[in-house]
Design a binder for this molecule. Structure first.
Ligand code: ADP
Length: 587
């Protein structure tokens, strides 16, 4: 509107001049035109001037107005910018708030879930303040100890549970604060007064400035596992004691991983190699195997890999050059699914057993041979008699009967001697020792053999003695009888046998000296072996079995004495043995 008024203002001088002219002409139509024109001109210029002034004013106003408009526009823009900026800020804050709220909701949800989980957990979860006052007691704690949440809250934990510590509480607390946690075993008493062992883990909870405020305690009942563990430890200890003390080697291997898991101390004694070398190298023991026996090991290894079992005998070379016989038995160790997980075994040094076995085999073959000889003779004699060829020849008939009878006697002697020896060496013969005068034993034995000595004019010279011995009389009589019989058998007619008994410091020495054919020096020890004779014909010509001296040695050794022989061929032999004196307290 205003700019229109201004236009009107600019048109006014022209309009007013025209009106002044018309007015002057209407008042005085005779007026001089020039003066009128002059007047009009003046008026026009005046108006023009006025208009110019007005125009100038208008222009100034317009400029000012424009400036104002610019300022207003700038202010408006500024305001709009600020509004936009503020709106963005508010939007951001709003978004942040929404995020925070969502976050909080999530956290609350998680906390709720965790709280539920704490209750679901089988573990006992408890929190307590630094004074031990319980502030959290989950379902696991209710279940394990028997007190409800309501009953436990506010109570002093270790008073309630009558905690017993395996180390001083002060030490535990120092460790807890230093490390932020502590782990160990505790003993608690449940509501029903039952004692339980728990594995306990404590964790310090700190506030925002890092100050400890609470302790979280998680406990697990290990009573049963501890009982099993203790029982296992006892049984392991027992096993270890047995394994370490038995003379056999007990071993355990993981055959798949070729690893030695355990080997007992006896390995070092038997193999004369270190156990360490076996732990480091599974196959170390194989180096000592006798090359001739290594194929047994291959067979055994195959059987062990498939069934977990094997039973093998082999020889080993030891660093000192000796050879030992080993019996190695393996058995599978299975897991609860029945799968073979390890292999255990026992290796025994059977060298002595092997020797006895060899001797037994040798003994059996000799015995069968010795028994067969008289049996064959008896059978042959009886066969001839049965055939009737000597029916008309009484001398021959009689001779056959004699042979059968002699060989039957020999057979009886043999069987008796074998049985005696077996009884003595098996340890089944228990000696019932008594105090007995040595002279009495000698006289009884001499009386027993006199019947064979007399016909040959062989005389006994017995040196008197009052020595007493600690013996089983029958066994010593058997020994003396055998030695006297031998002396008679191998002595010439009309000779003498001297018997000397001497009491010495810790035993009584018996000596039987004959004047017989003597024994070669290299046979002096040999004749004490089973079925050993100086001359192979002695068994037939002298009726011996070759077992007499073996029986004598066995009897004397069982009395704790010794027996030996000395001889000069062609001059005579002396058989000596010692017997124990009666125990001092029995004299
Ligand atoms: P046996 O006398 O039954 O043959 P022994 O074991 O008693 O068996 O004796 C073994 C061997 O020792 C005899 O066969 C004999 O060769 C020898 N012997 C034993 N005693 C004497 C002895 N007094 N004089 C000579 N040789 C003997």
């Amino acid at each position: 509107m205003k700019p229109n008024l201004r236009l009107w203002d600019y048109g006014a001088p022209i309009g007013s001049t025209a009106i002044a002219l018309l007015l002057s002409l209407w008042l005085d139509p005779l007026q001089d035109i020039w003066s009128v024109l002059t007047c009009i001109l003046i008026s026009f210029f005046l108006n023009l001037l006025t208009q110019a002034v007005l125009f100038q004013q208008l222009k100034t106003e317009l400029i000012e107005r424009k400036q104002m408009e610019t300022t207003w526009k700038q202010a408006k823009e500024e305001l709009e910018n600020r509004v936009a900026e503020r709106t963005a800020q508010l939007l951001e804050v709003n978004n942040h708030l929404i995020e925070t709220v969502i976050e909080q909701q999530k956290k609350q949800h998680i906390l709720l879930e965790q709280a539920q989980l704490l209750d679901l957990a089988h573990d006992t979860i408890i929190t307590r303040d630094l004074n031990g006052v319980i502030s959290l007691w989950n379902k696991g704690a209710e279940y394990m100890y028997g007190w409800t949440k309501a009953e436990a809250w506010g109570q002093i934990l270790h008073t309630l549970l009558k905690t017993e510590f395996t180390q001083p509480l002060r030490e535990i607390e120092i460790e807890l604060l230093a490390k932020g946690y502590w782990e160990g075993e505790l003993t608690h008493v449940r509501r029903d007064a039952q004692l339980i062992h728990v594995a306990s883990r404590w964790v310090v909870q700190k506030n925002s400035i890092g100050k400890p405020v609470k302790i979280l305690e998680i406990n697990n009942d290990i009573t049963e596992s501890k009982r099993i563990k203790d029982a296992l430890r006892v049984s392991e200890e027992r096993f270890r004691q047995i394994a370490e003390n038995i003379q056999a080697v007990f071993w355990m291997v993981d055959i798949q991983n070729q690893q030695t898991l355990y080997v007992s101390k006896a390995y070092e004694t038997i193999w004369q190699r270190s156990r360490e070398s076996l732990y480091q190298n599974f196959s170390d023991w194989l180096e000592s195997i006798h090359p001739d026996d290594s194929h047994y090991l291959d067979i055994s290894y195959t059987s062990m890999s498939t069934t977990g079992k094997s039973d093998v005998k082999y020889r080993i070379y030891r660093p000192d050059g000796s050879i030992r016989w080993i019996r190695d038995r393996a058995f599978p160790v299975r897991n609860e699914l029945g799968q073979v997980v390890q292999i255990g075994g026992i290796s025994e040094d059977i060298t002595e057993l092997q020797k006895i076995d060899e001797m037994k085999n040798e003994f059996i073959s000799i015995v069968s041979h010795e028994l067969r000889t008289p049996l064959t003779a008896i059978r042959a004699a009886l066969g001839l008699l049965q055939s009737g060829i000597y029916d008309q020849k009484p001398d021959k008939f009689k001779r056959m009967i004699e042979i059968a009878s002699l060989d039957s006697d020999r057979l009886v002697r043999l069987v008796n001697d074998i049985l005696d020896l077996e009884r003595l060496e098996s340890g089944r013969a228990v000696l019932e020792k008594i105090i007995y005068p040595a002279t009495d034993l000698i006289q009884q034995a001499v009386a027993g053999v006199n019947a064979i000595a007399k016909p040959q004019d062989i005389h006994f010279h017995i040196h008197p003695t009052d020595a007493l011995v600690w013996v089983e009389p029958d066994a010593i009589l058997q020994t003396l009888t055998n030695l006297f019989s031998n002396a008679i058998k191998f002595s010439p007619a009309n000779s003498s046998i001297t018997v000397i008994v001497q009491q010495q410091s810790d035993h009584v020495l018996f000596q039987i000296r004959d004047q017989g054919r003597g024994i070669p020096a290299d046979k002096l020890e040999f004749i004490f072996g089973r079925f050993q004779q100086v001359d192979a014909t002695d068994s037939r010509s002298k009726g011996g079995t070759g077992l007499g001296l073996a029986i004598c040695r066995s009897i004397i050794e069982q009395h704790g004495g010794q027996i030996w022989s000395q001889s000069i061929v062609g001059v005579g032999s002396t058989f000596s043995f010692t017997l124990p004196l009666p125990p001092k307290e029995m004299k």
